[in-house]
Design a protein around this ligand. Structure first.
Ligand code: MBD
Ligand code: FE
Length: 270
């Protein structure tokens, strides 16, 4: 470790420890509470929920600090449920899903551009989101819910020669932090709700540009103003348009109305 790294560790860790000591003094934390806190930290680890806990309570602050002054579209937290190497989709793009995947159909389209607005051909969007029960594929849950197949609603697709893409998926529902684990238990103990507004996770990348991790939200979501992970930004909030024209549905091979929305990703230079 260099002297600089050692100094950085000492600075940040001292600040964290000092803040914790301040809280203990200010709130007259008791021995019982100290013991409960230690037990809680052990339980979080045993449940494998440190990533969830960290991303719910701290990642949005890291993201805001880290992206300050960056060009291009707003970023958002990655969260704990990213899984690399999801399926590479073929056109026309449909996210990997079950034959009878529940949920409203969403046609999500848009463009990937450089920060200056130049459309980028062959840019890649890696997308993942929860299903209509608020469950992510490939993630163990601390309850006995039905788990989707591996890589359900996870996929990678690219833009065409005009920098455009269109993908069909389903609209996720607000995400409830699992009740059966320690993170959910803490939210309950504090009397807070456990929801994130519904969101699409995207990592967008193109050669010569920095990749952009973001999330997209929907403006009529009941939790849009009270995300438990504090990660909503107005510029990442999309409006859905409902489509129920019979000819349009038939042309798309759909047997029910669908919703559409679009977004332009602008990537910062590498
Ligand atoms: C999620 O889906 C998520 O995005 C975050 C940040 C935390 C918990 C679940
Ligand atoms: Fe998420």
């Amino acid at each position: 470790m260099t002297d600089n790294q050692q100094e950085r560790v000492a600075t940040v860790v001292t600040a964290v420890m000092d803040r914790i000591r301040e809280v203990i003094v200010e709130h007259k934390v008791t021995y019982d509470e100290y013991a409960a806190a230690k037990q809680y930290a052990i339980a979080l680890g045993e449940a494998g929920e440190w990533p969830l806990f960290g991303d719910v309570f701290f990642e949005s602050t890291v993201e805001r600090v880290d992206s300050e002054g960056r060009e291009g579209s707003a970023g958002a937290i990655e969260g704990p449920y990213y899984i690399p190497d999801s399926p590479l989709l073929e056109r026309p793009y449909v996210m990997p899903m079950r034959d009878d995947e529940p949920g409203d159909v969403l046609i999500f389209s848009g463009t990937v551009c450089g920060a200056d607005g130049t459309p980028l051909a062959d840019a890649q969007i890696e997308m993942w989101h929860s299903d209509n029960d608020g469950t992510y594929s490939g993630i163990p849950y601390p309850d006995d819910r039905q788990l989707p197949p591996p890589f359900n609603l996870r996929g990678r697709f690219t833009t065409d020669e005009n920098g455009r893409f269109e993908v069909r998926t389903i609209i996720p529902v607000p995400y409830e932090i699992p009740k059966g684990g320690p993170t959910g238990a803490l939210l309950r103990a504090a009397g807070w709700h456990a929801f994130r507004p519904a969101h699409l996770h995207c990592i967008t990348s193109a050669p010569g540009y920095a990749s952009l991790t973001s999330q997209l939200y929907f403006d009529e979501d009941p939790y849009i103003d009270s995300d438990i992970a504090s990660a909503v930004k107005p510029e990442l909030t999309l409006q859905l348009t409902k489509h129920d024209d019979a000819a349009d549905l038939a042309a798309r091979g759909l047997d029910r109305p669908y919703f559409s929305t679009s977004y332009e990703f602008r990537l910062p230079r590498a």
